[in-house]
Ligand binder design. Structure first.
Ligand code: SF4
Length: 405
């Protein structure tokens, strides 16, 4: 399994697969064709369907600027398309167009360049274990916690990396809480984090305060993402608000140290990595269960780590968080990462709190393993109709358009 650095990527929103991945691919292609007079990029699958809403064309033109770049949204996919987020890059040099470099944007900002021996973007495996069962067995044998297992495999430098991740997450919350106005893209959607936070601070009932504060934090990060702000994929841009929302709340109200938060992030990173390795974190591949479901699972595990809960409790919380997102579709309105995405982050953050509370008491009654639910998520995902996998052709996206016509 790869480093957890592949799960947490610091960058600009709104979409890890539609902006971060294509941006990385364009930078590589530009480096390989520095003398091009013109670039042409053809987008297929979900990128063609929702690329405009996500700003894929803008990111590509910005990366190739000042060289003129034509972005084509293909009406039909080639028969040999291997991934729903695929792009072909061409460069015109001395009037002649180069052969295509075909790239898959596989989720979480990662890319795969077809036909190359090794992925340009992904790191080598750093963990010999590939399932929760294997990790749990190792941790029990060595009598260590998951964050110690992470340090053992990644080295102590992982803490500097996670400290940067945590700092970026906190900034995203702070920036989001201080910003108001309308989000870009044409939906006329007003930012709500600031308002929610004000409502949280005036309320004296503890439960309401908790709900509203966590929701405000999740909205803050997700709104920053929708506004092209700096965020951390956890595990994707669309689901970037869940993990920071619960961790920030726990630190603020229960005074956990930064060190404890980093341990929780390490635990969450392992959960995200296992989902990525054994299923998918791509909405275009497996629907929103792969993004928001994965984020909720990571957040639930992180909460258990903070509270010093045992391996079974961590596994149970991560498992139920994913299980109860099974089948969740991806149908962003107008291809923007706004409706339903922003609210969905807040709901998933609250659900993570529920999962962690359930796991506290019920972990020894469970009959489904985390590994089993990850496999189930993948099988469910590939069987979700294409219209509900980030194409904006089904669900809310379709009815919303109809109602406006
Ligand atoms: S609906 Fe879910 S998977 Fe789809 S773009 Fe929004 S957050 Fe991502």
């Amino acid at each position: 399994m790869k480093s957890i650095q592949d799960i947490y990527k610091i960058g600009k929103g709104p979409s890890s697969s539609h902006t971060m991945g294509p941006q990385r691919a364009a930078a590589i292609f530009r480096e390989e064709h520095p003398d091009a007079e013109q670039y042409r990029v053809v987008l297929y699958g979900s990128l063609a369907k929702t690329g405009i809403g996500h700003g894929t064309d803008r990111v590509l033109r910005d990366t190739f600027a000042p060289i003129p770049t034509e972005v084509v949204f293909a009406k039909e996919d080639p028969a040999d398309l291997k991934h729903p987020n695929t792009l072909d890059f061409f460069a015109v040099e001395n009037g002649v167009e180069s052969p295509a470099m075909r790239v898959q944007s596989v989720g979480g900002g990662d890319i795969v360049i077809e036909g190359r021996n090794q992925d340009t973007d992904l790191r080598d495996d750093v963990y010999p274990e590939n399932s929760f069962a294997e990790i749990a067995q190792f941790c029990k044998w060595r009598e260590i916690r998951i964050w110690e297992f992470v340090e053992l495999n990644e080295g102590p430098e992982i803490w500097d990396f996670l400290a940067k991740v945590w700092k970026t997450m906190r900034w995203a919350i702070a920036d989001g809480l201080h910003t108001s106005g309308i989000l870009p893209g044409g939906l006329n959607l007003e930012r709500k984090a600031k308002y929610l936070y004000e409502q949280a601070t005036i309320n004296q009932i503890v439960q309401l305060k908790e709900t509203r504060t966590i929701c405000a934090y999740a909205f803050a990060v997700s709104e920053q993402n929708a506004d092209n702000g700096n965020i951390v994929t956890a595990p994707t841009c669309g689901s970037c608000g869940v993990v920071p929302a619960v961790l920030r709340y726990m630190q603020e109200y229960y005074k956990f140290s930064d060190e404890e938060i980093l341990h929780a992030l390490a635990t969450a990173g392992i959960i995200g990595n296992l989902i990525k390795q054994n299923a998918s974190i791509s909405g275009a591949e497996c629907g929103c269960q792969a993004e928001i479901g994965a984020a909720c699972s990571m957040a639930a595990a992180a909460l258990c780590e903070l509270k010093g809960m045992n391996l079974e409790q961590i596994e149970y919380a991560a498992e139920i968080a994913l299980e109860h997102h099974l089948g969740l579709t991806c149908d962003p309105i107008c291809g923007l990462v706004q409706i339903p995405c922003i609210e969905r982050n807040a709901v998933a953050a609250m659900r993570a709190m529920n999962c962690f509370n359930l796991a506290y008491f019920l972990y020894d009654t469970r009959s489904i393993s985390f590994d089993m639910v990850v496999k189930t998520m993948y099988q469910t995902g590939v069987n979700i109709a294409k219209a509900f996998r980030e194409t904006s052709e089904g669900g809310l996206a379709r009815l919303y358009r109809r109602n406006r016509q």
